[in-house]
Write a protein that binds this ligand. Structure first.
Ligand code: LLP
Length: 421
């Protein structure tokens, strides 16, 4: 990982900043992000497509990491946002992303959310059902606006690193069935309040094979050709996100091959392209910095208990995901590694981060859970009375606190206890 380095004196560093110094200043658990990594990956993604003569609009999937400072980097890098709620929409707007550079996805957009997005001039609504299309038509017509609509097609392609993050198969709740999409597009083109701009497809997350995307794109392209043949205008294709990152090990996503495939399959078809990467842009940019609370020995087992748990990083508990775990301290890292069960403090058997080869770690030792920049902080909760962790961003060589640790009294600050008679 190019943003991580190990220094004999300072131990593990992110962008040359010792993680131990961040723990000393801000405590643990703390999310630490590298701004340079996000900027670099955004530029690399753009360059991969540019190498094929393509310039898809980048609409960052806000759900991966919605911190305003990260959205600010995305905006400064010339990208827009893929949002799934009024909350994400408002966040992206607060970060200075123009509504016209946003797409709004999701199976359950509410009327008030749609109204707000339309009033602001949202760039595209990705419509997931016939019912939603009718609803948008009614809302937009009453508002006197034309809603720019792309139909999200479910291409019935199996892809995605895990059952729970596959979305493009028949039976998944997402998108419009492939066989119904043509008729619905004709309907969209005729409905008041709708400007049918094209299609979108998103087949899942943590995908590595360009061939999986290709199968989906080819199906949708066939549909577009047929509709154009009938004289309907289809100008845009939103390719979704889903580009995988290597977690504990594995290979990098072949972006050059992906871009070449996109050109080969979709080039020359006069389509405005959109991509919606989330994980790929921010995942490798972040670590979760945690401290060893104690080491519990049970027979031959060594449990390394951290002060970070599934309430902070739920991916291992929810998907069986595996994040690399490395010692931070220079002396710790020098020890001989042996298998250890790394667990969190939450009262759930699933609060475990897996078996990792780690040296002897004394209470107080620091570890970093790697590739935690995506679907980390955004999925955390305060379960078991555990406050939201602090967040730090390293930018221009300096670590800056970008979210202070939630305090204990903030845990119940918004609760109302009704008086009893
Ligand atoms: N576009 C749409 C319509 C999506 O639903 C998603 C992710 C993305 C783009 C971005 O996908 P990405 O490029 O990040 O793979 N919580 C799970 C991942 C859920 C992804 C949901 N949708 C995880 O931690 O693995």
């Amino acid at each position: 990982r190019p943003n991580l380095s190990f220094h004999a004196m300072d131990g593990l560093c992110l962008d040359d900043v010792p993680l131990a110094s961040i723990a000393a200043a801000h405590g643990t658990p703390t999310w630490v992000y590298s701004a340079a990594t996000i900027e670099g990956r955004l530029a690399a993604l753009r360059a991969a497509f540019a190498g094929e003569g393509l310039a898809p609009a980048i609409r960052y999937a806000v759900k991966a990491n919605d911190h305003l400072a990260i959205l600010g980097l995305v905006r400064a890098g010339g990208a827009g946002a893929d949002v799934t709620s009024a909350g994400e929409f408002a966040r992206a707007e607060a970060a200075g992303i123009a509504p016209g550079a946003m797409v709004f996805s999701g199976v359950g957009k509410r009327e008030d959310e749609l109204r707000r997005a339309l009033a602001a001039g949202i760039g595209q609504l990705n419509v997931e059902s016939a019912e939603e299309l009718e609803m948008i038509s009614g809302i937009a017509a009453a508002m006197g606006v034309a809603a720019p609509v792309a139909l999200r097609v479910n291409p019935d392609v199996a892809a995605g690193g895990h059952d729970k993050i596959s979305t493009g198969r028949k039976g998944d709740k997402f998108g419009i069935g492939f066989d119904d999409a043509g008729a619905l597009y004709r309907r969209a083109a005729a409905l008041p309040g709708i400007e049918a701009v094209g299609f979108s497809t998103h087949i899942g997350s943590q995908i590595f094979a360009p061939a999986a995307f290709e199968a989906a794109y080819r199906r949708v392209l066939g549909l577009i050709g047929a509709l154009r043949g009938e004289g309907l205008a289809v100008r845009r294709l939103d390719l979704g996100g889903g580009f995988g990152i290597p977690y504990d090990d594995g290979t990098a996503f072949p972006f050059a091959a992906q871009a070449a495939m996109v050109r080969r399959v979709l080039g020359g078809h006069d389509l405005e392209l959109i991509v919606e990467p989330g994980r790929w842009l921010v995942g490798p940019a972040g670590v979760l910095l945690a401290r060893v609370t104690l080491v519990k020995r049970a027979g031959a087992e060594r449990f390394v208990v951290l002060d970070a748990g599934m309430n902070d990083l739920i991916r291992p508990a929810l998907y069986g995901a595996r994040h690399g775990i490395v010692p931070v301290g220079a002396a710790d890292a020098a020890g001989a590694p042996a298998p250890a069960e790394v667990v969190g403090p939450v009262c759930e058997s699933s609060d475990r981060f897996g078996t990792h080869d780690l040296p002897e770690l004394a209470p107080g030792a620091l570890v970093a859970l790697l590739d935690a920049g995506a679907y980390g902080a955004t999925m955390s909760s305060t379960y078991n009375g555990r406050p939201f962790a602090a967040q730090v961003m390293i930018a221009d060589g300096a670590p800056q606190l970008i979210r202070r640790r939630q305090t204990l009294d903030e845990l119940w600050r918004d609760e109302i206890v009704p008086p009893r008679r």
